[in-house]
Ligand binder design. Sequence first.
Ligand code: SF4
Length: 451
Amino acid sequence: MIKPDLKLIQKYDQPGPRYTSYPTALSFTDQIDKEALLEDSKRETGPLSLYFHIPFCESLCWFCGCTTVITTEHERAKTYLDYLEKEVALFLPYLQSGRETVQLHFGGGTPNFLEPDLIRRVGRLIHDNFNFEPDAELSVELDPRRLTRDHIKAFAEMGVNRASFGVQDVNPVVQKAIHRIQPTEMNTRAIQWLREEGFKSVNLDLIYGLPHQTVESFGETLDEVIGYNPDRFAVFSYAHVPSIKPAQKILERAILPSAETKLEILTMLTEKLTSNGYIYVGMDHFAKESDELTQAQRNKTLQRNFQGYSTKADSEICGFGLSSVSQTSNVYRQNYKTSDLYTQSLADGILPVQRGYILTEEDRIRREIIMRLMCHLTLDFEEVSEELNIDFPSRFSHEIASLREMEKDELVEVTAENITITERGRLFIRNVAMCFDAYLQKRETRYSRTI
Ligand code: SF4
């Protein structure tokens, strides 16, 4: 990959969506017919991608932006599972029979907050109710601080063979400041167990922009984690939003790196990972050449959804659990984010949908364009015109013209036939996608920064 240019990063770094959906979740509303959102699933016939949110964590990491329930009472997980089972039972009538599941992901929170016997119960829940394709991808987010080999075995028994876990930073000073102590031995032991249990892909999450981090210290973290030899890295920029996540205020007691230091860290990490055999897939994700994420990008089957990048295109996402998001070709819907509302709804025999959005024809066209750019890094005008039944160059002439400045900076190449994001432009794909976003003007300031 071409060396990132700090001046370009400064020029294009601005608030913008991450495009895990289009339109983004800011368009979701609770003033909507929830039954209509659910009914849409009845029309779908394609494969399914399941998501289960397990919100529990034993302690709060102070940087965390996820929907969590902080507790050490493991009994609560049992009750939660009762509700998950209810939710699945209430949703099944909305699915036509015979649909195959090609993907499943357990996110959180901490899925291994569940004890192994509860994980096995989840295994029965999914296999009793869904048909899995033989090469379906089943993945889980794990927390090495609470992980035992038996947890991994229980997930493996239900077919899970891809895992992801947060390291964030290996520096003990940073770990203390973020309230997440995770010694090296925990990381290496978790990876060893996963490999021994036959997991195909291991992803590590890192975060830059945390207290006390410097270019040098984060470089040392990278040297160590590259040595763990994972298949993928997701390296996120820390988003400091104490107005939404009050616990983040605690981090202000320590020294947060300046915007300039963050950009230098980004430059350094991109160079380091790409020179150590990781391909920059886009949007914080790096993967080995052999990894299915890289392969999917090459085969144009990569997709973006609420979990980030996914290798299974064109599947209906069915989310279960607190805050989970579901997606059909026409609608998005999201569950309640608080335990009380989620459980009350299910206790009343009603699916816990809080809000959602029905896409217009224009939204669907723009979503396809944005997702193609984000995932394939190129857009063929003839192909997209034919598939979407539009004359792309004339309908989007204004948007194409707005790429001119980025073209001058060699971030994109625009010809009469296509738009291609260059090697240099990969860091800026959000900026390119933003040119095709019809909602952006009104909302600019509520997004994280693009780089
Ligand atoms: S373990 Fe993960 S989900 Fe739980 S508090 Fe920490 S970062 Fe958030």
